[in-house]
Design a protein. Sequence first.
Length: 287
Amino acid sequence: DGDKFVRIHEVGPRDGLQNEPNVISVADKVALIDMLSGSGLRDIEVGSFVSPKWVPQMADSDQVLAQMTPAPEVRYAVLVPNMRGWEGFVAARQPDVTYEVAVFISASEGFSRSNLNCSIAESVERLLPVVQAAQDAGIALRGYISCVTDCPFDGPVAPDAVAQAASLLRAAAPMPLSLGDTIGKATPDRVTAMLRAVLDVAPVDDIAGHFHDTGGQALANIAASMDMGVRAFDSSVAGLGGCPYAPGASGNVATESVLEMLHAQGFETGINEEVIAKAAAFARGLR
Ligand code: HMG
Ligand code: MG
């Protein structure tokens, strides 16, 4: 039953570790990714090709990509903000591995400025050549939209602003979208209103929810999204995470909590909770 399957995108090695104050070695990052690769996950985000001055924790993503042991059934995602990042990814990738290139914009101008040092419109201009390059190389794309209900700088974000951001990305390519509650302030009713607006411009099968758990509402927001038909969610093993350019952002919703909730409700993920628990224990030891 297709409707019973929920796709989990593990983002801990990227969204989680990008915000860790401790320096985490390449070997530890690779060990975490390799553990996760054996869990049944189909999507694991493993790094970012962004400026090392902006996010020093991701400066070694090239080494992580080169040293990890890819599993054939897993697609490995990386964040790429511009052509410089694309070139870094191309130089680091291994042959015969399925990758996904994730581009990212904000639904709010304040966060765009803080995270990408440019306006929303400018950020879209910069990602267009990345989208083209990925399409030419036959690599899957994903589009992140941050601040889908709240911005740490601009306050509440209107559902229409998120739909507009979604339209901008979908005009670049018909890519799946991950809708980010970057600072974990969303509530189920506001998630529902936001999704209503976005579903006017993108099919539900192309939507993922990306909830940070600062306000303790992430599971409730996932449930609200499920009610709207969303069947893909991002989560971080051990609830690692945050965003260095979003003051107050805490971790992503924990993968093990999402699995527990979904499996208890009879949904299938294909993911082994015991393997995730072991990876979570390892991840906690890195903090
Ligand atoms: P900038 O300073 O405006 O741009 O940064 P620039 O082009 O002037 O470049 C500045 C320096 O960075 C130059 O070096 C460039 O060469 C270098 P310098 O001449 O000063 O020595 N540079 C790069 N180096 C490596 N890789 C690159 C790259 N590009 C430029 N790709 C830029 C613009 C986009 C680069 C910067 O703002 C940046 O890296 N931002 C990324 C911030 C980030 O990674 N944030 C976290 C990810 S988003 C997130 O977490 C949200 C999400 O989880 C969803 C949610 O929760 O909402 C996805
Ligand atoms: Mg995030």
